[in-house]
Ligand binder design. Structure first.
Ligand SMILES: C[S@@+](CC[C@H](N)C(=O)[O-])C[C@H]1O[C@@H](n2cnc3c(N)ncnc32)[C@H](O)[C@@H]1O
Length: 246
């Protein structure tokens, strides 16, 4: 089968060697906590269904996706970095909004997820898929992208990795460029799903309540705080969107 979008197995090593033996290792939390959702060979077959992704977000998938895309622009210009693949059609929709001379770089640590995304995208030379760890974006130079998108990644990462991811997002975006984040947020006290989500997080997503207890900006180093920041929440506060400019 020919690959519509090539995947670059770029190494997290200073020599920049390309090849499988130098691919960045799969983080321990993905193997131990999220193996069933992303790492297992059958994970894609189970989860790559729009109705299921939508059900997991209680029917909010399309609107959260569209808010994220709207924050990037009706026509998306320049170079966009999407940090981590997602199930559903976020990336195809993003691609559909890109200006003819724009570029999209998607990084993910798991080849199985990059291959799944590859299969969802048409052949398009504006897109690059790269195997890379979000907390060590060694293939990207400082200030080299116009905007960064983080869609439901941060709640899945332990604090030290989340800090690394956010630091890298701010490092690679240009001064004046945007970082758009959509993720979980602490719902209002009387939210009918609060108890259910507490149980789900306790059992399946142990780092997610970090985002209930802390503002995401607090995971950034002092010297890297955004120049401007806007925050919106939806669905009784269960979901948030942050738009930062560097
Ligand atoms: C964006 S999150 C979850 C998004 C959303 N819940 C969904 O339905 O897809 C999942 C992706 O993050 C990737 N991921 C997790 N930790 C990562 C890391 N440290 N570096 C790069 N990708 C990572 C996983 O491999 C997976 O493809």
């Amino acid at each position: 089968m020919t690959s519509p979008v090539p995947i670059a197995a770029k190494a997290a090593v200073s020599s920049g060697t390309i090849g499988k033996s130098h691919s960045p290792p799969v983080p321990a939390y993905l193997e131990s906590v999220y193996w069933w959702a992303y790492v297992h060979p059958n994970a894609v077959n189970v989860f790559e269904r729009e109705w299921l992704v939508n059900a997991i977000l209680f029917g909010n998938y399309a609107r959260l996706r569209d808010h994220a895309l709207d924050a990037l622009g009706q026509t998306i210009q320049g170079r966009t970095l999407q940090i981590a693949c997602v199930y559903g059609n976020l990336t195809p929709k993003l691609l559909g909004r890109m200006a003819p001379d724009a570029a999209l770089e998607v990084v993910d640590i798991l080849p199985i997820q990059l291959k799944n995304l590859q299969a969802k995208l048409p052949a398009d030379e504006r897109v690059t898929l790269t195997q890379s760890d979000s907390s060590a974006l060694t293939t990207l130079a400082d200030g080299s992208v116009d905007q960064v998108l983080l869609f439901f990644l941060l709640h899945e990462q332990p604090e030290h990795v989340r800090r690394g991811t956010l630091t890298e997002a701010m490092r690679v975006v240009k001064p004046g460029g945007k970082v758009v984040i959509v993720d979980y947020h602490k719902p209002v006290a009387v939210h009918p799903l609060r108890l259910l989500m507490t149980g789900v997080f306790k059992r399946l997503e142990p780092y997610a309540t970090d985002l209930w207890r802390n503002e995401i900006e607090s995971f950034l180093p002092e010297g890297m705080r955004p120049a401007t920041a806007t925050k919106r929440t939806w669905f009784g506060g269960l979901y948030q969107q942050l738009v930062w400019t560097r």
